[in-house]
Design a binder for this molecule. Structure first.
Ligand SMILES: Nc1ncnc2c1ncn2[C@@H]1O[C@H](COP(=O)(O)OP(=O)(O)OP(=O)(O)O)[C@@H](O)[C@H]1O
Ligand SMILES: [Mg+2]
Length: 392
């Protein structure tokens, strides 16, 4: 298929000839090869990641090695370095979280891994294929739920799914069987035959997620997939994602500003100003923040402070909320504490470091600030905004 239009990174379409180059926002060149199909359907141009199409591309097979390998990846926009010497690996079947404040470089990294953007330096392999030299093979192996909406408004929900399936060579006889539970999951079964332009912003988002899962990709990239969705829909989607992971061993690469979603990850990398600042399991990251906090309210906090210091060698601090102690393992510490206190304990609470504490430690920002920024951005999306203006 000859490409007729290409996206700038801002998702505005520009006409191009096959094999030509598209100009991005920063006036750098993104090479768009013959295999990059940007389908022009009415109002929207949909980026389609098809492949393999280049002569050097191999047929997709999951390599026995890592699902994603990133080595010294760099992406510059003019003088500005958005991704700065980033290295990590993601193992097959892993749910890998990529967290960071707004503008940290998450989407830029995903765009490179999905072959939408060329790296300025370093190397990356997805499903065993090199993103720079085997983009078609990479594309055959991946699914992408992009941060921005990319549906065709003038197709129905089901047509959007069918269109996607056809381009991925999914057997048409199986599309309906596969699409039905996905539409059910995202609560759109009864709207499947309605044009997407009549969907709300949240419904469009849900359809995008169903579309990303349709062709059973080996590696699924989810760039803030549930932003703006109500909690109930988020729960449904995560139930389905869990099932999918168990059934199809899909590797998932997730960016999110929701802490409960980050908690689900097998491992998390935190990126800040283009650099990876921490990478580990959620528990290990929490441990790295520091001790648990135990807060006690007693009949005489000053006396309790002395007793704890004498018996356990721990120096607490008196605060407005009571006597605060920092200990490595709060759960096993509390029973010991009771053995040594003669004053009456009125209240005891324990706080383990959360991923929010982790985020603050490594980035100096609250994860919720970043979430708020993402919501603003979603609301400013012309597709969501336009829909609201239309009053539908
Ligand atoms: N095409 C571009 N031209 C110039 N600068 C860009 C371009 N694309 C991204 N950037 C810049 O690169 C940095 C990283 O952007 P990126 O979209 O990767 O951030 P992010 O971590 O996904 O943030 P968010 O949480 O807001 O989605 C930002 O400073 C952004 O302005
Ligand atoms: Mg982003």
């Amino acid at each position: 298929m000859r490409p007729r239009a290409a996206f700038t990174e801002n998702h505005e379409s520009v006409p191009i000839a096959s094999g030509a180059q598209a100009v991005d926002e920063s006036q750098e060149l993104i090479e768009v090869g013959a295999a990059d199909c940007f389908i022009d359907l009415g109002a929207l141009h949909i980026p389609i990641l098809t492949g393999p199409a280049r002569s050097g591309d191999r047929l997709p097979t999951m390599s026995a090695t890592s699902a994603i390998e990133v080595d010294g990846l760099v992406r510059r926009f003019g003088e500005f370095t958005a991704v700065d010497d980033v290295s990590f690996t993601v193992e097959p079947g892993e749910l890998f979280g990529f967290l960071g404040p707004n503008g940290a470089g998450k989407t830029t990294t995903i765009s490179i891994l999905c072959t939408l953007l060329r790296p300025s330096g370093g190397a990356a392999r997805v499903a065993g294929f090199d993103v720079a030299t085997e983009p078609g093979s990479v594309r055959s192996s991946i699914g992408l739920v992009f941060q921005e909406l990319t549906l065709d408004d003038y197709l129905t929900g089901m047509q959007n799914l069918r269109f996607h399936a056809v381009l991925y060579g999914y057997p048409s006889a199986e599309v309906a069987d596969r699409a039905a539970p996905l539409l059910e999951m995202v609560g759109l079964s009864d709207r499947a035959d309605q044009q997407v332009r009549f969907y709300s912003g949240g419904m469009k988002r849900r359809l995008e997620i169903a579309r990303g899962l349709l062709h059973s990709p080996r590696v699924l990239f989810l760039d803030e997939p549930t932003i703006g969705l109500d909690p109930q829909t988020r729960v449904h989607i995560w139930e389905y994602v869990d099932t999918l992971r168990q059934r199809e061993k899909t590797t998932m690469f997730l960016t999110t500003h929701y802490m409960d979603e980050a908690e689900r990850c097998d491992r998390i990398a935190i990126i800040d100003q283009g650099k990876i600042v921490a990478i580990d399991t959620p528990d290990a990251l929490k441990d790295s923040v520091g001790d648990d906090t135990v807060t006690l309210m007693t009949s005489d906090d000053a006396a309790a402070l002395e007793q704890i210091k004498t018996a356990l060698g721990i120096t607490g601090e008196l605060t407005e909320d009571g006597l605060r102690l920092r200990v490595p393992e709060g759960e096993s510490f509390v029973p010991r504490l009771f053995e040594h206190l003669t004053v009456e304990v009125q209240n005891v609470s324990m706080h383990r470091p959360s991923l929010d504490d982790v985020f603050i430690k490594y980035t100096g920002r609250d994860i919720r600030d970043a979430e708020a920024g993402g919501m603003d951005r979603l609301k400013s999306n012309p597709m969501v905004r336009g829909f609201r203006k239309a009053g539908n």
